[in-house]
Design a protein around this ligand. Structure first.
Ligand SMILES: [Zn+2]
Ligand SMILES: [Zn+2]
Length: 392
């Protein structure tokens, strides 16, 4: 480790390359350093600077060259992971965590990297840190019962680190990472075992993680049961895509437009959590009883993500609950529901078509009682001419 006073020309250039996001220059410079953990005048290492800039390629390059991910001589005790949390890039947080960054270290004001990220509003970084699972915990199941097929190890790891909570999005991710055709029984068994192992970790036990594994195992179980029902049944449901059928069930509204089916099911999942003495279980029960205005989904979101960000973000995708993004699709008829993409809109249409006209009338009556055709927006005219194009 070199002190700032003795920074030579190469070392100065290393910091400059990071400042300019110049990966190529940095790649050329690094072999000339004896130790990549040099320090600038603020006792910050190149890795800490790169993490703060949120540059994933540079962070990975420095890690590959042996940078110490937990080295910290910064005067306010910020680690590389603290800086990554401030950067707003969740991928950088994951790279550091995979390299062994400790997530429970606190800076001089007593905050962990996750708390710093949440404090500055980088909820994606906070979620990434919160939901991180060391790869060894997954690899354990390659050689121990219940066994996980080797080909699934990486994908399963990604599946369990997701921060999505909405059942429809969780099942989208199940399909994306693991697929719905095989291995679901093994996946469910491993998740349940991970839940039980987590609760037996003693001082390091993380009840939130245990509940998350439980929650995911319940949803995987739901798909297993649904597939079985489809195989045994007949009629239209037998040939329907399982994800489509699952989504249709989940989004079924009652007369008050509440998602009664989903709410009941999620309550069941909470009740099935086998650790009823845990603080977390009792907290969830209290929230469900006292916070009548919160849906069960929101109680689970609060539990798993530890923040209330969803409250400002209520108008997520009407199908899978993903938060507002810049490029959302909107129902072009009623303009009152938004979606991630065409697929999410397609999946919602079964229920939405019944309320779309009503919502459309609501929107119109807010502006003019009898809208003149010439005053209708171009998009609306397009839809009236071509009712097939429901997506803007
Ligand atoms: Zn969606
Ligand atoms: Zn609509």
């Amino acid at each position: 480790m070199t002190n700032t006073k003795s920074l030579n020309e190469t070392e100065k250039k290393v910091f400059e390359a990071i400042e300019k996001n110049d990966v190529i220059l940095l790649k050329a410079l690094l072999p000339n350093l004896e130790n990549p953990d040099i320090m600038d005048e603020n006792s910050m290492t190149p890795l800490q600077h790169a993490a703060y800039k949120g540059n994933k390629d540079i962070v990975q390059l420095l890690l590959d060259h042996g940078s110490d991910v937990n080295l910290c001589e910064h005067q306010h005790n910020y680690t590389a992971l603290h800086f990554a949390g401030l950067s707003g890039n969740p991928a950088v947080c994951i790279s550091l965590l995979l390299a062994g960054a400790k997530s429970q270290v606190t800076n001089s004001v007593g905050r962990t990297p996750c708390q710093m990220a949440a404090f500055v509003g980088n909820t994606q970084c906070a979620d990434a840190i919160n939901h991180f699972v060391p790869k060894e915990e997954v690899d354990y199941y390659l050689t121990h019962e219940p066994k996980l097929p080797t080909i699934l190890a990486d994908k399963f790891h990604l599946f369990i680190m997701q921060s999505s909570v909405h059942p429809v999005r969780v099942i989208f991710n199940l399909q994306k990472y693991i697929g719905l055709s095989e291995h679901l029984e093994e996946v469910k068994a491993v998740l349940q075992d991970m839940r039980d192992k987590e609760m037996k970790k003693g001082a390091e036990m993380n009840e939130v993680m245990a509940f998350k594994f439980h929650y995911l195992s319940c949803l995987v179980g739901e798909i297993i049961a649904l597939k079985k029902k489809q195989e045994e049944g007949d009629g239209k449901k037998k040939t329907m895509d399982t994800v489509d059928l699952f989504t249709r069930n989940m989004l079924k509204p009652n007369k008050e437009k509440e998602l009664e089916f989903m709410d009941k099911l999620l309550k069941e999942y909470i009740k099935e959590f086998p650790y009823r003495e845990s603080i977390l279980f009792r907290q969830m029960l209290t929230s469900l009883t006292n916070e009548a205005s919160f849906s069960t989904l929101n109680v689970i979101k609060m539990t798993l993500n530890g923040n209330m960000s969803f409250l400002n973000n209520n108008q997520g995708c009407a199908t899978c609950g993903e938060p507002d993004k810049n490029f959302v699709k909107k129902c072009s008829k009623c303009k009152s529901v938004i979606y991630c993409d065409k697929n999410c809109q397609r999946l919602h249409w079964h229920w939405h078509k019944k309320e779309c006209d009503l919502l459309q009338n609501d929107t119109n009556s807010n502006t003019k009682t009898v809208p003149d055709a010439s005053e209708l927006s171009a998009e609306l005219q397009k839809v009236l001419i071509d009712p097939g194009s429901k997506v803007e």
